[in-house]
Design a protein around this ligand. Structure first.
Ligand code: AGP
Length: 617
């Protein structure tokens, strides 16, 4: 997700903008820029490719005049390569109106707009869709609109796609206008100064009061205050939320990377969820689902992307096993375009760390429009998805800074497990099994802690993987999603191609890949009744001289013949109840990816090409 920061009437506008952009760096980007209005009301623009430091250096070697009004942007390239010319802010002018804009999202009809604007004399200097925005607004100001908010309103009627953007107008100091459709934008309400940002974190320390705009709201900020028009151009009041962001500003606390810190935070995250969402006496789950009629649910869609999708697959496993309700799990980008049939009274569950992923949000809105009940599992309760839901489960993982998700994935898995148990209880199912699973969850933090501390076997394995070009991850049952998540992690941060399959699928094709150069990671717990099946798959790999990496428990190892065992690289996990096996088996795969990436020297917290929250399709 691109980062947006805007400030009015703060004498150190440049520093506020650059500091805000720094706080959003973790979301991933490839260029950055800033525009300010100097004392004569002229727009000054500085942009740079690469890390934010390049922009800071640019503003030092080519200083901006002092200014009280500024906008800034970190760009995650969609249309156009990461170049200075494509970096935001983008300038557009028509007649006497000159504007600067920073934007997050995609203006899908930008080609036709460029052609139309070109006829009016617009000259484009970038390959971006964004550059059309200031020109369309400036044209509206030239033609009909009397005020900038009116011009923005007129302009947004012409845009198709998703956007959150902030506009600064030359000769109009201390005024910024921002709007959104499908991408987040909030107002920071200050004392004598006001702000706009794509994420409240950018404004931490400046204010704790935030207004989260709704789609097509148009907010105008001045030193005197904030005014908002709704999608019909009518004045509207939006609630001011008070957020304590101090913990979000926490650094790495001595860890080398945020990802390692967040892996270590997982036991505490699980403990927090259990304290908040289970009855301390009978351990029964008490998720805040008052907005739902659980007993009446007959079908569930769980829709998500990436890591959240793999957590959703674990949720499916639990819900079908305990509540006996059929569950469809699908990636959001496919679900929303296949015009899915919905069951009356069906439940749509969105799982999203950020609560802003464009594909998942659009799928949610599609289901909501079809009358489905909406439940959201998210780590950001002020997010667009949370605000659109009938019920929200806060993942309580704390701000997840590393682009590669770890603690949020763990929180999703546990929260979905609790949901499955609560739904089963509401359906009058499986009381004994529910209690047994609830008890197993109570032991999870300790098992996670012991796993996180066990890195030696993984460090030895990492050495063997440094030159690897490709890997295979296999798992069965509730461990199959963990194989997928493990493969994603090592792709994301160690840049090693990895494919995951349900173990039983390997013989239907992928086995052709197996030879002595291919590391095959197998997950097998002795407690789910599938161990012997997985051993058969191991034999198939062994017969073809594949490099077998077996993640299993002591009981599993004891079942192996010594000849086979001696050929494997064993990663031992504790013997745990099947209900918590997915979570426990996740940790060695997170650490394997982390250690391999660190050994390879990749950018672990901000891997190349990745964004923390993908707010474009
Ligand atoms: C996970 O490591 C990735 N960062 C990515 O797959 C992520 O899970 C996906 O983009 C979904 O994000 P969300 O949970 O914020 O919706």
């Amino acid at each position: 997700m691109c980062g947006i920061v805007g400030v009015v009437s703060n004498p150190s506008a440049k520093d506020i903008v650059l500091t805000g952009l720094q706080r959003l760096e973790y979301r991933g980007y490839d260029s950055a820029g800033i525009a300010t209005l100097n004392s004569s009301g002229s727009i000054e623009l500085r942009r740079a490719v690469g890390k934010l430091q390049a922009l800071v250096t640019e503003t030092e070697t080519n200083p901006l005049q002092s200014a009280t009004t500024g906008i800034g942007h970190t760009r995650w390239a969609t249309h156009g390569a990461p170049t200075t010319a494509n970096a935001h802010p983008h300038i557009g002018h028509m007649g006497k109106h000159k504007l600067a804009v920073v934007h997050n999202g995609i203006i899908e009809n930008y080609q036709e707009l460029r052609a139309e604007l070109g006829q009016l004399g617009a000259t484009f200097h970038s390959q971006t869709d964004t550059e059309t925005i200031p020109y369309v607004i400036a044209t509206a100001l030239e033609r009909s609109a009397e005020t900038l908010p009116q011009a923005v309103h007129a302009a947004t009627q012409k845009f198709r796609g998703s956007f959150a953007f902030v506009v600064m107008q030359e000769d109009q100091p201390d005024v910024l206008t921002g709007t959104r459709r499908g991408a987040p934008l909030c107002v920071g309400v200050g004392e004598g100064a006001n702000y706009l940002a794509s994420d409240p974190l950018a404004l931490a320390g400046l204010t704790s009061k935030f207004i989260f705009l709704e789609d097509d709201d148009i907010a105008t900020i001045t030193p005197k205050g904030v005014s908002i028009l709704d999608g019909k151009g009518k004045p509207v009041d939006r609630p001011v939320k008070v957020l304590d962001l101090t913990t979000d500003l926490a650094g790495k606390n001595g860890f080398k990377h945020f990802m390692l810190k967040e892996i270590h935070e997982q036991p505490a995250v699980v403990s927090r969820l259990l304290q908040s969402y289970t009855n301390p006496v009978d351990l029964s789950p008490v998720l805040p689902l008052q907005g739902l009629n659980l007993a009446g649910i007959t079908h569930i869609n769980i829709i998500a992307c990436g890591t959240a999708y793999y957590a959703s697959l674990i949720g499916k496993h639990y819900i079908e096993q305990f509540a006996r309700i059929p569950v469809n799990v699908e990636v959001a980008s496919e679900f929303r375009y296949r015009n899915p049939p919905y069951q009356k009274g069906g439940l749509f569950i969105a799982v999203s760390q950020s609560g802003e992923t464009a594909d998942t949000l659009a799928a949610l809105e599609h289901a909501k429009a079809a009358g489905q009940n909406i439940l959201v599992f998210t780590n950001v309760t002020t997010s667009s998805m949370a605000r659109a839901a009938d019920a929200v489960v806060d993942l309580m993982a704390g701000r997840e800074i590393a682009v590669a998700s770890t603690k949020a994935f763990m929180a999703m898995s546990v929260a979905l497990g609790l949901f499955a148990l609560q739904l089963a209880g509401a359906k009058g199912q499986a009381a004994a099994e529910i209690l047994e699973a609830s008890r197993a969850l109570r032991t999870l933090p300790a098992f996670l802690s012991s796993q996180i501390a066990t890195t030696k076997p993984l460090e030895e394995l990492t050495e063997k993987l440094l030159e690897t070009g490709s890997m295979l991850y296999l798992g069965r049952g509730s461990l199959a999603p963990i194989a997928f998540e493990g493969a994603l992690k090592i792709k994301e941060i160690a840049y090693i191609h990895a494919e995951a399959y349900a173990s039983g699928e390997m013989k239907h094709g992928p086995i052709a890949l197996v030879d002595k150069s291919l590391p095959v990671v197998n997950l097998a717990t002795s407690t789910d009744g599938l161990f012997e099946k997985t051993v058969s798959n191991l034999k198939e790999v062994e017969a073809r001289h594949g490099q077998i990496i077996l993640v299993t428990d002591a009981e599993g190892i004891a079942k192996l013949d010594s000849a086979s065992r001696d050929k494997m690289h064993l990663i031992t996990v504790p013997t745990v109840p099947a209900f918590i096996a997915p979570m426990v088996f996740t940790v060695p795969l997170q650490l394997l990816a982390y250690l391999t990436a660190t050994a390879k020297g990749t950018d672990v917290d901000q891997p190349r090409n990745l964004a923390k929250s993908v707010t474009v399709e």
